[in-house]
Design a protein around this ligand. Structure first.
Ligand SMILES: Cc1cc2nc3c(=O)[nH]c(=O)nc-3n(C[C@H](O)[C@H](O)[C@H](O)COP(=O)(O)O)c2cc1C
Length: 203
């Protein structure tokens, strides 16, 4: 890929929520994960783990995450009919994704300190690295004409996700990635224009 093609891939990547089947082949999933794990990571660690979530597991997963979210929404004072709508939408997104991956972080190889300040910073490094790995997946998917988008719900209900999928205790759920073919009628959200001066200063 030339330098311009790399730039085009970055520019063209969008969150595609209009996904249709068929599901991704095992080969396609392998290609995406092989690229994900080329992401930069702190101290040469490899803190990412991915689980492919079969259709069989999706109902229990949505119930587990939904019950945790519902408690939060009730605490926030959200009205019942709105809660029902939000939970239904989230459940449909998860069940309708032709392919669904869960991304997790493990602490293997990370430094352990005697103080919380550095332990929090160290986990921050792992979180940065997770974002880089996920971006690799999104860019690779886009370049393969596969639609994809990030679903952050697991981060709000990590224990429920872990339990419902029977994950190893050290796997810390971070995000779901919904993947599939691109519905030709789907139109991505309009991107806001941006003023470089807001994002960059020269000190
Ligand atoms: C940390 C993170 C969490 C996100 N969570 C969600 C989500 O839960 N559901 C969703 O539809 N999109 C989610 N997105 C996608 C963003 O909404 C999207 O990237 C943003 O609107 C910019 O659009 P683009 O990806 O098409 O450029 C998330 C993105 C990031 C980086």
């Amino acid at each position: 890929m030339t330098r311009n093609e790399t730039q085009e891939t970055i520019r063209n990547r969008r969150s595609i929520r209009g996904l249709i089947g068929p599901e991704l082949s095992e080969k396609e999933i392998h290609s995406l994960i092989e690229l994900a794990v080329l992401a930069p990571a702190p101290h040469h660690t490899q803190p990412w783990r991915f689980a492919h979530i079969s259709q069989d597991k999706r109902n229990s997963l949505t119930i587990a995450m939904g019950s945790a979210w519902k408690k939060d929404l009730i605490r926030d004072g959200v009205k019942n009919d709105q809660i029902t709508k939000l939970l239904q939408r989230s459940s449909q997104e998860i069940k309708n994704a032709p392919t669904l991956l869960l991304g997790c972080l493990v602490s293997e190889g990370l430094n352990q300190y005697v103080d919380d300040r550095r332990n929090t910073a160290e986990w921050g490094l792992a979180l940065h690295s997770f974002g880089a790995a996920l971006e690799n997946i999104l860019l690779a998917a886009s370049s393969m004409d596969i639609g994809a988008y990030w679903i952050s719900a697991p981060l709000y209900a990590p224990n429920e996700v872990k339990e419902s999928l029977d994950l190893d205790d050290d796997w810390n759920p971070q995000a779901l990635i919904a993947l599939g073919r691109i519905d030709p009628t789907y139109i991505p959200f309009k991107r806001q224009g941006f003023d470089l001066k807001k994002y960059l200063i020269f000190c």
